[in-house]
Structures are given as C-alpha cells and as structure tokens.
Write a protein that binds this ligand. Structure first.
Ligand SMILES: Cc1ncc(COP(=O)(O)O)c(C=O)c1O
Length: 477
C-alpha cells in the first residue's frame, strides 16, 4: 500500500531542516505548547469556551491581550490564515462596484476579494530591483499619483513586507492616504514579527494602517493557518467581525486558537530574549555569508549595506539567495540543498532560492545553512543566468474581474491571443507580479513578455488553462 501522509510526515520531518513556513520550525523547546496541542484537547465551541464569531468570554480576553501585545486597538484571531483576513477586510470597507487602489503584486486573496465583491481595481505597479530580479518597494510618488488620478477610490491596499522581505515607506504612504481620506489595509502576512525589536522594521500597526493582516504561522511559533487581524476603529472592528463570520469556518479549531493565544503570551513574556536570540541566529548566518564568492544573499554578507535600487528597506527574516552570478540556477541550488544538506527551501525560481527563517531558528540552524551555502559556493563558477525584462507591460481591462473569472472561455496559443480579454490570472516569477488578470486584454507586448519568460524557464502560474504555452481567453468578449 502507498505510504500514508502521516507516515511521510513522520519520515521526512525529523531529517529535514525547514527553511520554510511555519516559523516555529518544529522547535518545541522554544514553544512547548506546540507539543501539547493534539486530539486530547480538541473541542468545539462548548460552554465556557466562548464563540469566535461572537466573542465575550475567554476568547475575547485573549484577543484583547493580543491587541495589547501588538499595539493594536482591536485584534481578531484567524484560523483560516491571512487569506480570510484579507477577504473580510476588503469586504468590510467596500460596497459592490466600488473602486480600490491596490499594488499589482498583492496576494491572490486580494484578487479573489475583487471578484467576490465586484470591485474595480486601480493598480500601482511596484518598482523592481534588477540586481535581485524581485519586486521592490511601492514608492510614495506612485501612491500619490494613483490617489490623485482615481479620486473615486476610497481604499488603498498594499503588501508590506513582500515575500522576499522588501518593505516600503509605510508611515509616509499611510499618512498621505489618510490625508486624502482613504482607508488603508496592509497585508502584513509576512510581518507578524515586526515592531518588537529594533533589528526588524516597525510594521504597519505602528504606521497607522486601518486594518493590518498578519500570518502568525509564517514567522512566529504558532501552528499553520493561524493569523491575526488588527483593526483601528470600533466601527471597522464591528464590520470586520460580521465579515469574518461570512468567510471563516463556524467550527474554529481550539488547537489553533490556543496556539495563537500561547504564542501571544510567549511573546508578551519573553520578547526581549526571543528577539535577541533570533537576531543572534541571523547574525551568525551573516558572518558565514561574508565568505560567499558567487552566491549573493539579499541584505547579508557582502551585500549588507549596499544601496539597492528601488528598495526602501529590508526586513531580515527572509534569506533570499541569488544564483544570478553563478553557473547554476535556483532549481539546481534547491536540489543540492535538499540532496546534500537535507534542507528544504520555501520558494524557488530560476534566479534564486528563498529561505524563510522564523523565531524557531537558532544559531545552529542558521550556521548550518551558512556552512551549506559556503560549501556549495566553493564548487560554483561564474556565469550569468539569462534575464528577462522584469516588469510586464501594462494592459487595459475590458471586462470586470468578477465577470471574466467565471465566464465561458476557450484556450488559445499565447501567440494568437492578441486583442482577446483573458479569463485567467497569469503570474510570472520572478518577479511574482500578475502579467494579466481576468478581464484584461492581451496585447503584443504582453505576449512577447510571456514568450520571453517561457524561453528563460521562468515560473509561469496560470489559474485556468492547463496546457503549457496556452492562455484562457473569454469566449464571448
Ligand atoms: C503576501 C501574502 N498575503 C497573504 C497570504 C495568505 O496567507 P495565508 O497562507 O496565511 O492564508 C500570503 C501567503 O503566502 C502572502 O504571501
């Protein structure tokens, strides 16, 4: 009989160094509650345990404590990840048909929220950084331009930090948006650890965002799917609560809720020592990275302190290793890390590998990663992996996302799609920004960009078509 999922987990986890989520990194010494959370404590909403969607007892007390620890006015525990927070936040602050200004590199949950609520997006294209081939910061100027150009929009939605750890100037952006009367939602899924230590940037709650969504599980010691939503005003909090009841399960896991509460309490009690230990672990990695010849690590080793084009700042929990100057690509680097060092990265692209650190990492795990990279680096020779232009050409929408996403479609070879409204989202990594979303019209420049990305073996993710080289277009538009 084929191996079961449980057997595979039991076989693989003990021998693999996780350089991916969740942030607890299976470090049970750091967070002993994670060992305790199992079926013997698995209940549903019974007397004495409160109701997540109408909290007034122990869950409300726990959420109040979390608000205090994270410096927020109101905090909600989420058990369906940041995804449910993003869907609920956007629905809390918009009416069907509204317009919203958003970064083009937002997570797919934001695009799903557009479709669900029939919203009209005005996109801000983030800058890019050629040296690392990644999406860079969202500039204050681009936000200002979008606000002045689209005065019907009442909401601004941005992602900060990015997957690779790039941050934007949130205090300036948020105060600008507030001066123009916009409500600001920040997807801080990758930044629940921000604001607790000067080693990391200070985060979106402090910068004054109206709603901030954080995946606790991505970087902090809490189980997968656990997240937080922080809300600034009571009126928004009431609406958020109503919308969470729409999108989130009616059977929240008390194991997940207890994981969130325990994580919050751990941070409250020990934040200084926990963040100092994480800082030390990352600095141990930095010392190793100084010895790299050809592999480059964003913000580490000889790259530290470099002025990076279009990058306002970095948050150091992300270790993005670029293979651009070497004779291997990111896929090959990931294979070597797996095969020779039992190390599993978070994300791989032709241009590099993203290792995610978390509070569960230690000087030992980060030294191990640094030594592994040094050993790999010694065997590499210089070369340049081919680069595709980073920023996709802009395209115009003809049909709303809500309509296009569900309308009948046909698939065409990409080369023949000029002038057709597409029925799917196509994302190219790097830099991980959609080239087209449903309802937008394919043009010659977008076709050339996709063909170049394909020829360079960049990762191309499509939401509907499943034949390589094709694109789903609307049958009747
Ligand atoms: C920027 C961003 N926002 C939101 C999410 C969704 O988070 P979750 O997986 O906790 O639902 C992700 C997930 O990777 C993400 O990268």
């Amino acid at each position: 009989m084929a191996e079961s999922l449980l057997e595979l987990l039991q076989r693989s986890c003990p021998i693999t160094l996780p350089m991916h989520m969740p942030g607890h990194k299976r470090n049970l010494d750091l967070a002993p509650y994670l060992k305790t959370l199992a079926a013997q404590l698995d209940i549903t909403e019974i007397k004495g345990f409160d109701h997540l969607h109408a909290a007034g007892g122990i869950l409300q007390d726990a959420m109040n404590l979390a608000a205090h620890v994270f410096g927020a006015n109101h905090t909600f525990f989420l058990v369906n990840g940041s995804t449910v927070g993003v869907l609920s936040a956007i629905r809390s602050v918009t009416q069907p048909g509204d317009s919203i200004i958003m970064a083009r590199n937002c997570h797919k949950s934001v695009y799903n929220a557009l479709a669900l609520n029939n919203l009209r997006p005005y996109f801000i294209y983030p800058q890019t950084n050629l040296r690392y081939q990644i999406a860079a910061s969202t500039s204050l100027q681009s936000v200002e331009q979008a606000i002045l150009q689209h005065q019907d929009a009442r909401v601004l939605m941005l992602t900060c930090p990015t997957y690779e750890g790039v941050v934007s100037d949130l205090p300036a952006i948020i105060s600008l948006a507030h001066r123009h009367g916009l409500t600001v939602i920040i997807d801080e899924a990758h930044g629940s650890h921000l604001g607790f230590s000067p080693y990391f940037p200070s985060g979106a709650v402090k910068a004054g965002a109206d709603i901030v969504i954080q995946s606790l599980h991505k970087t902090m010691p809490s189980l997968t799917q656990t997240a937080l939503a922080h809300v600034r005003t009571p009126a928004l909090a009431n609406e958020m609560q109503r919308q969470l009841a729409v999108f989130e399960t009616t059977s929240p896991s008390f194991l997940l809720l207890a994981s969130i509460d325990s994580c919050v309490r751990l941070i409250q009690k020990h934040h200084d020592e926990l963040f100092t230990a994480w800082h030390k672990a990352l600095e141990a990695f930095h010392e190793k990275a100084l010895g790299l010849r050809l592999l480059r690590v964003l913000g580490y080793g000889k790259e530290r302190g470099l002025k990076l084009e279009n990058v306002h700042g970095l948050e150091p929990s992300k270790v993005f290793i670029s293979t651009i100057d070497t004779n291997i690509d990111g896929y090959e680097l990931a294979e070597i890390l797996r095969d020779r060092f039992h190390t599993e990265p978070e994300m791989i692209s032709p241009q590099g590998v993203l290792c995610m650190t978390g509070m569960g990492d230690t000087v030992d795990t980060m030294t191990f990663l640094g030594d592994a990279l040094l050993e790999i680096d010694r065997g590499l020779s210089p070369a340049v992996v081919s680069k595709v232009p980073l920023m996709a050409p802009q395209v115009q929408a003809k049909v709303s996302i809500a309509r296009a996403e569900r309308a009948p479609f046909i698939c065409l070879p990409i080369e023949e799609a000029d002038g057709y409204a597409v029925a799917e989202t196509i994302v190219v990594y790097p830099p991980g920004i959609p080239v087209v979303v449903p309802g937008e019209v394919m043009n010659r420049q977008a076709i050339s960009y996709l063909l170049a990305a394909k020829a360079a073996h960049n990762t191309i993710l499509r939401s509907r078509s499943d034949v390589d080289g094709e694109v789903a277009v609307l049958r009747d538009a």
